[in-house]
Design a protein around this ligand. Structure first.
Ligand code: P6P
Length: 341
């Protein structure tokens, strides 16, 4: 039995050569907040914290009470841990910068979607937290734009917590993907899924086909490809769409498959946010042997220009993403130009 803290420390020693404890402390702070959010999510129906907060976030989406609760828990844990200088959160319009005493010494920036898929809470569908950890470019009290707007290639750590039939924390620091299952009887995350690898191909495709008529031709062609009868290539595939990115991604990571949230002619950039949804899952996908793009270019290579920037997402088994990209190149070559750079 290896706990998350032991594993983090071991990884730092093994891959960094020393463990100052700062990164370990930061990741552990995220784990602490996750345990509290897990408790709140599991009791939501009993503690009057279901339903809407009555506010709208910067995305124009109605905030659930649990969205706000989760956001506050992660901000509080990271503020108290003093390893994080600033937070980019789906629930905050601007960067949350901590006090100068913290920013003077803290080396990390965290981008987070505190509770992704929260519209599913009331119907008991698994939801999740997605996080990305960057190392600051600058030192000292002032947080700079270069600290905040970093491409995925700069990521130090990408991960998520899935609050499902069991609660798991899955993360990578660039040395493989590992999953830890939360044991509420002892309050520990225990290593349960070591060195997760996604199959090069799979037979699950996840996309909201209700938007079919708005999709670019390349997306439509890929959906039809998935539905063709061709036993040699294990088609037709099966479709699974939970409407919770963390859940759909986690299943595809373990079983193989592709998740697509494409742009449409109405919204060429799609719905998902680059910094705290697409980049962390893209890092995980690549570290597990998979692939992640906007249909044309690698997610991790995209330079963010705004903290809430949206981007189309094609992610999962490498062969499946390759095929979808081939359809985009052949049937929708011009769509790439509509995606905001
Ligand atoms: P739609 C949840 O709101 C989310 O950001 C992802 O978790 C999920 O995959 C997607 O949006 C669902 O969006 O438009 O299909 O309901």
């Amino acid at each position: 039995m290896k706990t998350l803290v032991e594993f983090i420390w071991e990884q730092q020693e093994q891959h960094v050569g020393y463990a100052t404890g700062e990164f370990s402390r930061l990741l552990n702070d995220i784990g602490i907040a996750a345990k509290i959010v897990n408790r709140d999510v599991n009791r939501a129906g009993l503690s009057g914290i279901l339903g809407s907060e009555g506010t709208v976030n910067v995305q124009g989406e109605s905030q659930k009470k649990l969205d706000v609760l989760a956001n506050n828990e992660f901000i509080k844990a990271l503020r108290n841990g003093k390893q994080c200088a600033a937070i980019i959160s789906e629930e905050n319009e601007d960067v949350v910068v901590f006090d100068e005493k913290t920013t003077e010494n803290a080396k990390y920036i965290v981008a987070i979607d505190p509770l992704d898929g929260s519209s599913n809470i009331e119907v008991n569908v698994p939801i999740g937290t997605i996080f990305a950890i960057y190392k600051r470019k600058s030192l000292g009290k002032i947080i700079t734009t270069e600290d905040v707007l970093q491409a995925g290639t700069e990521l130090v750590c990408g991960g998520y917590i899935i609050y499902g039939s069991s609660t798991m924390l899955v993360y990578t620091t660039g040395h493989g993907v590992n999953g830890f299952t939360y044991d509420p009887t002892c309050g520990l995350f225990i290593l349960s899924h070591e060195n997760i690898k996604i199959g090069e191909t799979g037979n699950i495709y996840s996309i909201n086909e209700a938007n079919y008529i708005y999709f670019a031709e390349g997306v439509k062609r890929y959906i039809k490809y998935c539905q063709e009868d061709d036993k040699a290539s294990n088609r037709p595939y099966t479709t699974r769409y939970i409407g919770s990115l963390v859940s759909d991604f986690h299943r595809n990571l373990l079983r193989g498959g592709i998740y697509i949230y494409p742009g449409t002619l109405k919204n060429p950039n799609g719905k998902l946010r680059l910094m705290y949804e697409c980049i962390p899952v893209a890092f995980l996908a690549e570290q597990a042997g998979g692939k992640a793009s906007d249909g044309y270019k690698r997610i991790l290579d995209i330079q963010p220009h705004h903290i809430h920037q949206r981007v189309p997402l094609f992610i999962g088994s490498k062969d499946m993403v390759d095929k979808a990209e081939e359809m985009m190149r052949i049937y929708s070559p011009g769509f790439a130009k509509l995606i905001e750079d």
